[in-house]
Design a protein around this ligand. Structure first.
Ligand code: SAT
Ligand code: MN
Length: 608
């Protein structure tokens, strides 16, 4: 499809302006066809940027190795550039939009020289769904185009839906590496140095400007930038929720199904939970989404969720047949791998794939790598944040409702993080507002999914939205309370749970096996929604009785007691930390109701 065929005046003008600023050599519209996808992949393989994988092992799949500096989101370079700093709040980086736009305009000037600009019309959510939103990304990265074609719905159908004057979120992206006359990338991942990278959001005008990085969360602008940061602002204004949540369907042996969403920070196993294979007989879990949920009330008064994405951008390391069989099948063909290791027969390998490295590998830095298990300091062959981009429809556990334009009715919402101590395996809030309190205090051990935060330390990550909330987080807490108050029927509100699969013993041994065994906790969640769960009220909320959750093999009754204990001292420390270091950040934006819940929690703990 030719650029001249675009019929939308606003889009034409916006595009023409960016072309004259960035001066690409050519402009191509991403039409969403598999022919165009194949052509783009072939060209990148020919240029040496991508490696075609063995068609017998991974048909239709390729591997990219990125620049060593461009492997994760960069939170320090991510901006919420609202008109006032207060609107961005204490948890976001802020710059004056006029200053930032001026700076970035100079970076964009001529930045696509020697490259092709791609116009990507995309829909977040099924095309035409009342919950969906359309964006258009302009990028000089074919890698981005191919990833967006898997992760979103791209192409002519989106332009048709947009018509001549439909609304779209404008998204600029450049790798930030113009080419001189005759210069080429020579198979090297193009990006800009760290101090030139910007992932900028302008909430009032709902624009996204990204520069200098090709990495997923920084460059696939439909994902975190649109579907979370900009969408959270739209959701606030329009009365719905845009959340960093998986969506799963759970079916009991009696054949009753319920839908559950869950917010966990990046690289805490959302993909694994969404694709879980239950270890308890008769139960079934199916997948609706693994990263983002948009939730709105339906006409029946229930909260409905859609997955705005069409693919999975999952963490490869740790994904094995045992930990996530369904993800492995989803990513067994037509998949883009980034920063995993390459085997001699052009297959992929990563740490935690479930078997030893088969011979000599090429690691994610492009160097020869031979596994040496005796050498504990050996650098991993795959980057810890290496990713697979796989079409959702290839996932064996995908639920039949996953593309239903109405969404799926939500019975339960889970919050969680990596917490080696204190937080029990599961507890439930007394009501919606108490659940909002639990969401607001979520903390997690930091993982490799962001570059510039120290892995291993615990940081508060409210609602797992810390890096993704497009406005003042204190106002976001209030928005959650408001959504609850606005429920057409309070009895139909989802129940809210706080789970923790990551408890360790003092010796550092896992207390809970996780993965498929998490189905035992989901069963209790399901039963809580049915009103049949065995539960007790505790100072922190409602918890399962010791015998309410069947123990997996290897978990003793003592372990279970520890997993379900209320650690009074640990929680008092938690309260003290929230009081001293977390809540004060929000100042007058902290809803008074949440401060009251903290007081109540403290007095409950002291009285226990
Ligand atoms: O931000 S990404 O979408 O690249 C991955 C994540 O951190 O969840
Ligand atoms: Mn995520």
């Amino acid at each position: 499809m030719n650029v001249n065929e675009i019929k939308h005046d606003g889009l034409k003008k916006w595009l023409a302006d960016f072309i004259s600023l960035t001066t690409p050599d050519a402009v191509i519209v991403a039409d969403g066809s598999s022919a165009q996808y194949d052509e783009l992949i072939d060209a990148q393989v020919a240029s040496g940027l991508a490696t075609r994988l063995n068609p017998e092992k991974k048909p239709g799949s390729v591997l990219y190795l990125s620049d060593p500096s461009d492997v994760a989101r960069v939170e320090k370079r991510t901006y919420i550039s609202s008109i006032t700093e207060e609107a961005a709040g204490p948890t976001n980086n802020w710059m004056d939009p006029a200053v930032l736009k001026k700076e970035m305009t100079e970076l964009y000037r001529g930045c696509m020289k020697g490259r092709t600009m791609y116009v990507i019309p995309f829909s977040m959510g099924p095309i035409g769904s009342p919950i969906s939103k359309i964006g258009v990304e302009l990028t000089d990265s074919a890698y981005v185009v191919c990833n967006m074609m898997i992760m979103t719905r791209v192409g002519e159908k989106v332009l048709e839906q947009l018509g001549t004057d439909g609304y779209f979120v404008p998204c600029y992206h450049s790798v930030g590496k113009p080419l001189a006359e005759g210069e080429s990338d020579n198979g090297i991942w193009p990006c800009a140095p760290m101090d030139k990278k910007y992932i900028s959001h302008f909430p009032e005008t709902r624009e996204i400007w990204s520069y200098g990085s090709g990495y997923g969360g920084n460059a696939l602008l439909g994902k975190k930038c649109l579907a979370l940061r900009i969408a959270s602002v739209l959701a606030r204004d329009e009365g719905w929720l845009a959340e960093h949540m998986l969506i799963l369907k759970i079916t009991s042996p009696e054949g009753k199904s319920r839908f559950v969403t869950g917010a966990f920070p990046s690289a805490c196993g959302k993909t694994n939970l969404a694709m879980l294979v239950p270890t308890i007989p008769g139960w079934k879990v199916e997948t609706v989404g693994d990263d983002i949920a948009w939730m709105k009330y339906g006409s029946d008064g229930q909260l409905y969720a859609i997955n705005p994405e069409a693919g999975f951008f999952g963490v490869a390391p740790g994904t094995s047949d045992e930990s996530n069989h369904n993800a492995l099948v989803a990513a067994s063909s037509n998949t883009i791998f980034t920063n995993v290791a390459l085997t001699e027969d052009n297959d992929v390998w990563w740490e935690g794939i479930g078997y030893d490295a088969p011979g000599k590998l090429i690691d994610w830095n492009g160097n020869e790598w031979i596994q040496n298990k005796a050498d504990k300091s050996q650098k991993p062959a795959a980057h810890p944040n290496a990713r697979f981009t796989a079409p959702a429809k290839q996932c064996p556990s995908i639920a039949s409702e996953w593309e239903d334009p109405r969404g799926v009715p939500i019975s339960a919402i889970l919050f969680g993080g990596r917490r080696p101590k204190t937080i029990p395996l599961v507890h439930r809030s007394h009501d919606w507002n108490h659940g909002v309190f639990l969401g607001s205090i979520v903390g997690s051990e930091v993982t490799a999914a962001a570059l510039d935060v120290k892995a291993g330390t615990i940081r508060r990550d409210p609602f797992a939205m810390l890096p993704f909330c497009g406005y003042n987080m204190g106002d976001y807490f209030q928005h959650w309370l408001d959504v609850g108050h606005a429920a057409p029927d309070q009895d139909k509100l989802p129940k809210i749970f706080y789970v923790n699969w990551f408890r360790k013993t003092a010796e550092g041994k896992w207390l809970w096996p996780g993965y498929g065994e998490n189905s035992r906790v989901l069963k209790w969640v399901f039963e809580s929604c049915e009103g049949t769960a065995k539960s007790v009220d505790t100072p922190i909320g409602i918890m399962p009785t010791i015998d309410a959750i069947d123990r997996p093999e290897g978990v003793t009754e003592e372990d279970m007691k520890e997993l379900l204990a209320v650690d009074i001292d640990g929680w008092l420390n938690e309260v003290a930390d929230i009081r001293a270091n977390h809540y004060p950040k929000f100042g007058k934006h902290l809803p008074g109701e949440l401060a009251t819940f903290l007081d109540t929690l403290e007095s409950n703990l002291k009285a226990a």
